[in-house]
Write a protein that binds this ligand. Structure first.
Ligand code: ATP
Length: 263
C-alpha cells in the first residue's frame, strides 16, 4: 500500500497534533452474507478534503455508511470525532449525503431546508440564516420557492447537499456529490468543499471521477474492500510515474490485482 505524509493541496493544514476526524481499525463489514470490507485500517485527517476513490463495488458506500453509523454487521473499532461511530452525540456533528437525493419532492427548496434546520434544533433567525447560507453555498438562489419535484437531477442533489450543510456539521460524508453535475458546477462545489475545510470542517468525498482526485488534500483508494493507497495527489503521481490520476489509479489497481494473484 502507498502511504505518504499529507501535503495539503488547499486547506489550512490541521495542527500536527490534531486527532484524526475518523479513525478506523480492523473494520470488517458483512452484507448479504459476503464480506465487503475486511480488516480495514485508515484515518481521515481533520480539517481536510479527503477523497475516497475506488471502482464500482469496491466498498466506498459501505465504508461511508459504517462511518455515519447506519451500517449493520460492522465489527472493528470506528471512532468518529472522538466518539464511537453511530453515537447519538454525533447526530448533529456529522452530515451524510447519500447518492440518491434524500429530499421531499412535494416541498419547495426552502421548505425542505427549513425542515432540516428544525431537525438540527435551529429556530427563527438562526434557521433562516442557515437556510439562506446553504442555498447560497450550493448556488440554488432563485429556486428557493420551487417544488423539488420540478428541479433537474443536479439541482435536486444540490438540495440534498444543502440539507446536510444547514446543520453546519464538523464532518461531512458525501457519497458521489458531483455525479450528474456540469463541469462549472463541479468546480464550484470543490471550491466550496475546500472553503468548508479551511473553516475547520472535515470532508470525506467519494468519487468515480479520477480528475476529481487531484482536487483532494488526501486520497484513500479502495479496491475490493481493501485499502490500496493512503496518499496525496502529488505522491500518487510520483509513486506510480503516471501522467494523471486516472492512469496512476489504474496502475495501483493492476498492481494490487497482481499482488493478490501472487498470494
Ligand atoms: N445488501 C447487500 N447485500 C449483499 N451485497 C451487498 C449489499 N449491499 C452492497 N453489497 C455489495 O457490496 C459491495 C460494495 O458495495 P458499495 O455500494 O459499498 O460499493 P461502492 O464502491 O460504493 O460502489 P459504487 O461506486 O458502484 O456506488 C458490492 O459488491 C455490492 O454488490
Amino acid at each position: 500500500m502507498v502511504n505518504n505524509s499529507p501535503s495539503g493541496a488547499g486547506a489550512t493544514p490541521a495542527p500536527p497534533s490534531a486527532p484524526p476526524a475518523v479513525r478506523v481499525r480492523g473494520l470488517t463489514v458483512v452484507r448479504g452474507g459476503s464480506t465487503i470490507l475486511e480488516g480495514l485500517d485508515l484515518d481521515v485527517p481533520s480539517g481536510r478534503v479527503v477523497g475516497l476513490l475506488g471502482p464500482s463495488g469496491s466498498g466506498k458506500t459501505t465504508l461511508m455508511r459504517s462511518i455515519v453509523g447506519v451500517q449493520a454487521n460492522v465489527t472493528g473499532d470506528l471512532q468518529v470525532l472522538g466518539a464511537p461511530a453511530g453515537s447519538p452525540s454525533l447526530r448533529r456533528r456529522v452530515g451524510y449525503v447519500t447518492q440518491s437525493a434524500s429530499v421531499y419532492a412535494d416541498l419547495s427548496v426552502t421548505e425542505n431546508l427549513q425542515y432540516f434546520a428544525a431537525l438540527a434544533g435551529l429556530r427563527g433567525a438562526a434557521a433562516r440564516g442557515a437556510v439562506a447560507a446553504a442555498v447560497d453555498a450550493v448556488d440554488l438562489g432563485g429556486h428557493e420557492r420551487q417544488q423539488v419535484v420540478t428541479l433537474s437531477g443536479g439541482e435536486r442533489s444540490r438540495v440534498s447537499l444543502a440539507g446536510a450543510l444547514v446543520a453546519d456539521p464538523e464532518l461531512l460524508v458525501l457519497d458521489e456529490p458531483t455525479v450528474g453535475l456540469d463541469p462549472v458546477l463541479r468546480r464550484d462545489l470543490w471550491t466550496m468543499f475546500h472553503r468548508l475545510a479551511d473553516e475547520g470542517r472535515t470532508l470525506l468525498v467519494s468519487s468515480h471521477v479520477m480528475d476529481e482526485a487531484a482536487r483532494c488534500d488526501r486520497l484513500l483508494l479502495l479496491r475490493a474492500g481493501t485499502l490500496v493507497a493512503d496518499t496525496t495527489p502529488d505522491a500518487l503521481l510520483a509513486e506510480t510515474g503516471a501522467p494523471d490520476a486516472e492512469r496512476a489509479f489504474l496502475t495501483l489497481i493492476d498492481r494490487a490485482h497482481t499482488d493478490a494473484g501472487a498470494r
